[in-house]
Design a protein around this ligand. Structure first.
Ligand code: ATP
Ligand code: MG
Length: 650
């Protein structure tokens, strides 16, 4: 019997990987009972995790839950910057590297906790000097340079709310966010380096701030060239000149209530108008800190490298707040993986002895496309743990990562989470959980997830449906900035009392969770609901394919027909024969109903600036519609050329 409310699951993946004895021997969490005890009493679990932070006033209540609003540790007081920087200056890590920064052109800088603390204090004095008060919003539009985390932490120190806008966003995207956040101060740079080229940040700012509340712009000189030419007297100020004049005295951390807002971050917009996701101070930090210890197994001698840009939640949580709250050493790289050549990432791992590496499936597929001989020519033996985030990882990409980067030695933590969740929700604890390529495995301790049908009834193992989070958690978003109704509707409108992230998932017989992609992207072919991830994974399984995006296009008979957009690996020639071979490969891997009706070869897929495939635009192309919102595309020319290619085909 077909179950109309469920997602059909087609792809079978049976490989499993146990953590090695060597990994288990040193792992932080090895007692399986943590899952049981945390699920029996999640509040006690989170209260215990909260004790890893330093509170200036301890909390006495743990959770107040008035769905959809949660308050965690609400009568507690702390300061996030104190927790991420200053306390490590006092606890023996003063001279430990906090941030190892590598610039794209080859310059580099190491900031110890003590040095970072002094920079943050100067920047905090500067913010106050510029009239910023507790609760004010500060927009940060910077490249991946040390002033970015310094600015964020300075905001946290004085209690201002930062909103970081990714440096790749255009003037108009920046403007929308400035207006929505109602900010008066903006911190930017003259320009940024990207793939050898120059991104004109200050010029974008000049355009973006017209008719916005921005009164002052602080400009970091990164590139140097023409920074002065566009400086406007009384409005624009140079960071390095201003900071020199600030008091050198320590800045006393502003005592913050647990529920005070730490930051607003706009989601990338894969699915439409960006939302300002609001995160709290204490709950967010508890989540970020906990996952560093449990999911990332962080130790004092680790060198942790998260390749995400700080403009995304992954960079907020795993480049700034998570690792620094844990007193870890984090690598921050300014540029692209192929600048100046395709060896750059592996050079960085060798140069700094990176031990934990966290990147995205899209990067892994790019490395696959470039060929494994590139990483093979490097010594990657310092790596001990690797992670992925951002999209479902195709099993073949997982295997490639495991073999060619981890050399079969490093557990892989596939971490499912969102801007809204603040930290990793579904991920293996690497010393405890057997992994399966393509599955993010199970919810972390203290997090309750389920897979439900469209009526909200949990599916039985072996079935698919909607992923939900059934209980509140400390680092959950508190609201959508300025639009609480949108918060209610988007996340709590579908299933009463449960958080709905918008993703589809399959629950296997061992209750492992397989994320199948966004529910909006799910296809319906002859009555079968098929997630995009499975067909894409079947394509990526073929040795000629590096990356694939599939969509359901309206079809008279089947309801929807599958169109696949495929990028081949370097050196592979495309041909009509290859097209037929790929269609057959999908049939062999998962069955005739998933056979793509058509395949288009393309050198690039349309991706957001956070490097996620934008399937809704591919649907627009395949159904001959005008393209929807394209403002968050990394490279708009990709869709234009695909559109032409698609029309030519017909
Ligand atoms: P918007 O919500 O504006 O469309 P976005 O969803 O792309 O933007 P993020 O919060 O960065 O913005 O992305 C979260 C989404 O990324 C998840 O909902 C999920 O679809 C996907 N995702 C993240 N990590 C994983 C993972 N490990 N496995 C599968 N999917 C993942
Ligand atoms: Mg989203």
């Amino acid at each position: 019997m077909t179950e109309p409310n469920n997602l059909d699951t087609l792809l079978k993946e049976n490989r499993t990987f146990e953590p090695s004895a060597a990994f288990i021997a040193q792992a932080t969490v090895t007692d399986e009972s943590v899952y049981q005890s945390a699920s029996e009493d999640p509040q006690a679990y989170w209260a215990q995790q909260a004790s890893y932070l330093s509170w200036s006033k301890p909390f006495s209540t743990i959770l107040e839950w008035d769905p959809p609003h949660a308050k965690w540790f609400s009568d507690g007081v702390l300061n996030v910057a104190y927790n991420t920087v200053d306390r490590h200056r006092e606890n023996g890590r003063k001279n430990k590297a906090a941030i190892i920064w590598e610039g794209e052109p080859g310059d580099s800088k190491i900031l110890t906790y003590d040095m970072l603390g002094r920079e943050v204090d100067k920047a905090a004095h500067m913010l106050i000097h510029l009239g910023v008060k507790k609760g004010d919003r500060v927009v940060i539009y910077l490249p991946m340079i040390p002033e970015l985390p310094i600015s964020m932490l300075a905001c946290a120190k004085i209690g201002a709310i930062h909103t970081v806008v990714f440096g790749g966003f255009s003037a108009s995207s920046l403007k929308d966010r400035i207006i929505d956040a109602d900010a008066r101060l903006l911190i930017t740079a003259d320009a940024g380096f990207r793939r050898g080229g120059i991104v004109p940040l200050k010029q974008n700012v000049d355009q973006a701030i017209i008719d916005t509340p921005i009164e002052k712009v602080v400009v970091v000189q990164r590139v140097g060239a023409d920074a002065h030419s566009t400086m406007i007297d009384g409005r624009d100020l140079l960071w390095h000149k201003l900071i020199e004049t600030m008091p050198k005295t320590p800045f006393a951390p502003e005592p913050m209530h647990a529920e005070d807002t730490l930051f607003i971050l706009y989601t990338s917009g894969t699915t439409g108008k960006p939302k300002g996701i609001v995160h709290s101070s204490a709950g967010y930090l508890v989540g970020a800190n906990t996952s560093m210890r449990t999911v990332f197994d962080i130790k004092d001698d680790d060198v942790f490298w998260c390749t995400a840009d700080i403009g995304w939640i992954t960079g907020h949580t795993y480049l700034v707040y998570g690792p620094l709250s844990a007193g870890a050493t984090v690598v921050m790289y300014e540029g692209a993986p192929d600048a100046p050549d395709r060896h750059r990432f592996w050079n960085i791992i060798e140069k700094y002895g990176v031990s934990i590496f966290y990147t995205a499936p899209t990067s892994i597929r790019t490395f696959m496309k470039w060929g494994h001989d590139i990483p093979q020519s490097h010594d990657l033996s310092t790596l001990r743990l690797m992670g992925t985030v951002g999209e479902p990882i195709n099993p073949e990409a997982w295997m490639w990562y495991h073999e060619h980067i981890g050399h079969g030695r490093c557990p892989i933590v596939d971490t499912w989470w969102q801007t809204e969740t603040g930290c990793a929700m579904i991920a293996p604890l690497p010393g405890l959980i057997k992994t399966k390529p393509g599955s993010a495995t199970k919810a972390v301790p203290g997090i309750a997830v389920d897979v439900v049908d469209d009526n909200g009834t949990p599916v039985t193992p072996g079935h698919g449906g909607n992923l939900v989070i059934t209980k509140p958690w400390p680092s959950m978003l508190r609201t959508v900035w300025g639009d609480d109704e949108r918060f209610r509707k988007t996340y709590f409108g579908q299933f009463s009392g449960m958080y709905f992230p918008g993703d589809g998932a399959h629950l296997d017989e061992e209750k492992y969770i397989w994320i199948l992609g966004r529910i909006d992207d799910v296809m319906n072919v002859s009555g079968h609901r098929i997630g995009t991830m499975e067909v894409e994974s079947a394509l990526v399984d073929h040795p000629a394919v590096a990356e694939a995006a599939v969509i359901g296009r309206a079809h008279d008979v089947k309801g929807q027909a599958i169109t696949a957009f495929v990028t081949v690996r370097d050196g592979v020639k495309t041909s009509p024969e290859l097209m037929t071979e790929l269609k057959n490969h999908v049939v062999v891997k998962i069955g005739a109903m998933a056979r793509p009706e058509e395949i288009l070869f393309t050198a690039e897929l349309p991706k957001t600036r956070s490097a996620k495939i934008m399937r809704r635009l591919l649907r627009d192309i395949a159904e001959g519609r005008a393209l929807g919102d394209t403002t968050t595309l990394a490279d708009p020319s990709v869709v234009d050329s695909l559109k032409l290619q698609y029309q030519d085909k017909e």
